[in-house]
Each structure stands twice: as structure tokens, then as C-alpha cells.
Design a binder for this molecule. Structure first.
Ligand code: 5GP
Length: 191
């Protein structure tokens, strides 16, 4: 997505450890117009699927997910993150190691917000090693829902997440795909 790549070039800051900071439009301040266009792009890509629910994880997945949910007129569920692994009988849970925070969180979704008849689109802000998305896929599998695909705003294609998702046979659509960082430069995957 051209507009998104331009914003990453303009506002993205490359931090040590291959972390891209995009606090101007996605991870702290949010640009609603850009998020609207991100939502439209997800809807265009997945328009042939009869999506009934969108699933994401707090906090930064919520903005792009809600825009797609608004356009598709389906509910958006975000998995909550907590430090404790005390299991709630009413929730589906998964352990997720955070790439940026270097801690393991338990993510959970209340059972009442996933129905076995659902066709789910998973959306997240970033894809790095895939732990967040794999956790969401595990939760969806436990709930018996059909996952039609995964939509990612920014994929770091040089990390292993994309391959892990494809290995599970799940369709992956990323709106910006980063091949590498050098100095403070972002290089996108050539289409
Ligand atoms: P993964 O679980 O794929 O290893 O990492 C995905 C999660 O880590 C995303 O939900 C995002 O919150 C965070 N993350 C991973 N890499 C980056 C990055 O380069 N920049 C930012 N801002 N967040 C990242």
C-alpha cells in the first residue's frame, strides 16, 4: 500500500533490535484517515470471504481492526493481555512472548465472543516473529472458528512470522512488507 509505505518513510524511526517506531500514526498517536484507508484495503483484499468477526490483540491492533469492522459491519474482538497465567474457565487463552517488550503475556478472549460458526479475520499492527498471531490462531482453533486469513499493517518479512503463518496454511495479507533496515532507512520488499 503506497500511502502506508510513504508514511513509514516519512515518520518511521528504526530502533536497535530491528524495531520500527511508528508512534506518529499507529502506535501512540493514530492517524484516523490513514487507518480508514488501511481498513478499506483489508476489506478489498478479503471481500470474497463472508467474515462475521474480526479478532485482534490490544492495544495497537484495535485501530486498524475497528476500521475494517466498521466497513464490514461486523464486531471486533480484541484479546486482552495480562501478566498472570491464571486461567479463566470462561476464556480461551494463549501464551505470547512479546518481541518488543521481551516478556511473556497471557492473551485471552472470553468464550462468549467467539462462536464456532464464525468466519474470522485476524488483524494486527505488526508481524515480527509471529507469536501474537500464532496465539490468536491457537485461540481461534480452540474455539473451532474458521479463520479466513490474517491481515497485517506492517510485516517485517526478514523475521520468521510470515513463514510460520503460511506453514499453518493460513492466508496472509500484509499492507507494507519490510525487507530490511539499514542505518535509519527502511527497504520494502520489491513487488
Ligand atoms: P510478533 O508476535 O510477530 O513477534 O510481534 C508482533 C507484535 O510485537 C506486534 O503486535 C507489535 O505490537 C510488536 N512489534 C513487533 N515488531 C515491532 C516493531 O518493529 N515495531 C513496533 N512498533 N511493534 C512491533
Amino acid at each position: 500500500m503506497k500511502l502506508l509505505e510513504e508514511r513509514i518513510h516519512e515518520d518511521g524511526v528504526v530502533l536497535p533490535g530491528n524495531v520500527l517506531k511508528v508512534n506518529q500514526f499507529l502506535n501512540h498517536q493514530i492517524d484516523p484517515e490513514l487507518m480508514k484507508q488501511v481498513g478499506e484495503e483489508f476489506v478489498r483484499l478479503f471481500q470474497d470471504e463472508e467474515i462475521t468477526r474480526i479478532v485482534t490483540v490490544e492495544a495497537s491492533g484495535i485501530a486498524p481492526a475497528i476500521m475494517a469492522g466498521l466497513l464490514l459491519q461486523v464486531p471486533v474482538v480484541f484479546a486482552r493481555k495480562s501478566k498472570s497465567s491464571i486461567t479463566d474457565q470462561n476464556a480461551y487463552t494463549a501464551e505470547v512472548y512479546s518481541y518488543t517488550k521481551k516478556v511473556t503475556n497471557t492473551i485471552s478472549i472470553d468464550r462468549k465472543f467467539l462462536d464456532p460458526n464464525d468466519k474470522v479475520l485476524i488483524i494486527d499492527d505488526f508481524l515480527a516473529n509471529g507469536q501474537a498471531v500464532i496465539g490468536l490462531l491457537d485461540i481461534c482453533e480452540a474455539a473451532g472458528v474458521d479463520v479466513v486469513g490474517v491481515g497485517i499493517v506492517i510485516e517485517k518479512s526478514f523475521q520468521k512470522g510470515a513463514q510460520l503463518i503460511k506453514d499453518r496454511g493460513v492466508r496472509l495479507e500484509s499492507l507494507a512488507r519490510i525487507a530490511s533496515f539499514s542505518e535509519n532507512q527502511v527497504h520494502f520488499v520489491e513487488e
